[in-house]
Design a protein around this ligand. Structure first.
Ligand SMILES: *Cc1c(COP(=O)(O)O)cnc(C)c1O
Length: 240
């Protein structure tokens, strides 16, 4: 499926929809970051996106990301949005501005260890599996409340917020309860810890408007921006 129109036209259309979603709930569109999910797309596609003013890119495979980052302009910001295996922690803390998918204590500890070795800190989001789908990674809401304090003691990890994925549905409106539940959980966590968790990474091509209406501050758009991915690389595709 070839995407409709030029990249610039698609981007403009998406930005317009983002503005309208913000208008409906009285939000400022500047509160929402657009992450261009470039997994499965070429450097050429990334270059085109950057010429249209985008410079935050999302990848979900370390090898693919490493190659692209080595070829890309140094000012790009790279986000890791996949399921991270602990044996990839060393690369992840070095390469990424933000790691969206911290989904276990074990992974958090491994990131902490690698940060200590490399004298770095890592910016992370905790992934929450709100819907409880077996195919999705992430803490359950109860696990988050139980384990947040322990994760927060890992002094080299900066927990900036949360990431969640809604189940895919042809009717985006059906995702709303997932995003609402994530927003409630975030508030509970803020009360519990007495600190803000400002980043809410939620909303993809299919459901970003609903996510924005429910408080998303970072939408992850792949297909709607770049068209169909040229090879299987999403977590669902790979069965990872
Ligand atoms: C692939 C992926 C996206 C982008 O999905 P689209 O439906 O193509 O917009 C967003 N978030 C995560 C975690 C992904 O793996």
């Amino acid at each position: 499926m070839a995407p409709e129109g030029s990249f610039a036209q698609r981007l403009e259309g998406l930005q317009e929809r983002l503005i309208q979603a913000c208008d409906r709930v009285g939000r400022d569109p500047k509160e929402v970051t657009l992450l261009a999910v470039s997994k499965g797309h070429s450097m050429q596609a990334i270059e085109e996106a950057s010429q249209c003013g985008l410079n935050c890119f999302g990848e979900n495979k370390i090898q693919e990301a490493k190659l692209k980052i080595s070829q890309a302009a140094p000012h790009f910001q790279w986000h890791f949005i996949g399921h991270l295996q602990t044996n990839k922690s060393r690369d992840a803390v070095r390469l990424f501005h933000l790691i969206h998918g911290v989904d276990s204590i074990k992974l958090a500890e491994s990131l902490q260890e690698q940060c200590a070795k490399q004298a770095r800190t890592a910016r992370v989001l905790l992934e929450v599996n709100i819907s409880g789908e077996a195919t999705k990674h992430g803490f359950t809401p109860n696990q988050i409340k139980d384990e947040l304090e322990a994760i927060n003691t890992l002094d080299r990890l900066e927990i900036h917020g949360f990431m969640t994925m809604a189940p895919w549905t042809p009717e985006p409106e059906k995702t709303r309860p997932v995003f609402q539940a994530m927003q409630r959980l975030r508030r509970d966590c803020e009360d519990l810890m007495g600190v803000p968790f400002p980043i809410m990474s939620m909303g993809m091509s299919n459901d970003f408007e609903v996510a924005v209406e429910e408080g998303s501050t970072l939408i992850r758009l792949g297909t709607a921006l770049f068209g169909k991915r040229s090879y299987a690389t999403s977590r669902k595709d790979s069965g990872a």
